[in-house]
Design a protein around this ligand. Sequence first.
Ligand SMILES: [Zn+2]
Length: 92
Amino acid sequence: MAPGCSACGRSFAEAAADDGPAAFVILIVGFLVIFPALAVEIAYAPPVWVHLAIWIPVAISATLVLLRVFKSLLIALQFHHDAGEGRSDRGL
Ligand SMILES: [Zn+2]
């Protein structure tokens, strides 16, 4: 990740999406791949290599696109809500 915003200079040192983007993307890509694969299997019953040739590139492509989107989204939400680690609004 870049050290800071190129437009306003805000530091990204506190930005930590951790495993959040991966968790969302696993669920979303799972739905995007499994149900169409089941539909293709039920409708056409192709050989296994056809499934592999179709769904592995789809899963990899969707993962690469969505990981970037969800990491950006979670970090933007973190900044928007001024979320931080190890503190609360109640001063506890
Ligand atoms: Zn900025």
